[in-house]
Design a protein around this ligand. Structure first.
Ligand SMILES: [Zn+2]
Ligand SMILES: [Zn+2]
Length: 178
């Protein structure tokens, strides 16, 4: 059973970049499998792209994502031609990763607004007091990609479990059996 099976799931999220030039809204259909579509990536591109040890994302339908501000500061970076990384050229926040033509996208979890992520100002009805962070970031089916680039003693399996608790799950692209 999934860790997040019986807890409330968001029907929508809002988020944005650090300087508030870019804000977005994304909706989720009933039954959206957050466990299946969320994950982390430790590839060298995502590591440098986030300036952090790994990228944590929540998957969504590309058609359900929309900007709620102008997009004057929106830029795209292409490590490889088919994969676009959307970011704010004013403050540098990386918002999402998307393969051109794909129906799905990976939204950088750190850009999700505090209301949804950890419950700042939550009413306890439409948004739980603790937010949806655990749903968005957790679950037994969570996948960890490009684990061959994990940092021994820092982001490998045991360390992730010890430091981040719930971020267990299936690890892929690792030299050690997942
Ligand atoms: Zn910005
Ligand atoms: Zn990656």
């Amino acid at each position: 059973m999934s860790l997040t099976e019986d807890v409330p799931k968001p029907k929508k999220l809002t988020g944005g970049c650090l300087c508030d030039s870019l804000k977005y809204e994304v909706t989720f259909p009933e039954g959206h499998d957050f466990d299946k579509h969320s994950g982390t990536c430790q590839c060298n591109q995502c590591r440098k792209g986030t300036s952090s040890l790994f990228y944590i994302y929540v998957g969504a339908s590309y058609a359900n994502f929309s900007w709620t501000t102008g997009t004057g500061s929106l830029k795209f970076y292409f490590c490889v031609p088919e994969n676009e990384r959307a970011f704010c050229s004013s403050c540098g926040s990386w918002i999402f990763w998307h393969t051109k033509g794909s129906a799905t996208m990976s939204i950088a979890l750190g850009t999700v607004d505090s209301l949804y992520l950890w419950g700042e100002g939550a009413d306890g009805v439409s948004v739980p007091r603790g937010g949806f962070g655990r749903v968005l970031a957790g679950g037994n089916k969570k996948t960890h990609e490009f684990c061959e680039n994990e940092i021994p003693g820092v982001t490998d399996e045991e360390s992730i479990s010890n430091i981040l608790g719930h971020l267990n799950g299936s690890r892929f692209q690792t030299t050690v059996d997942a």
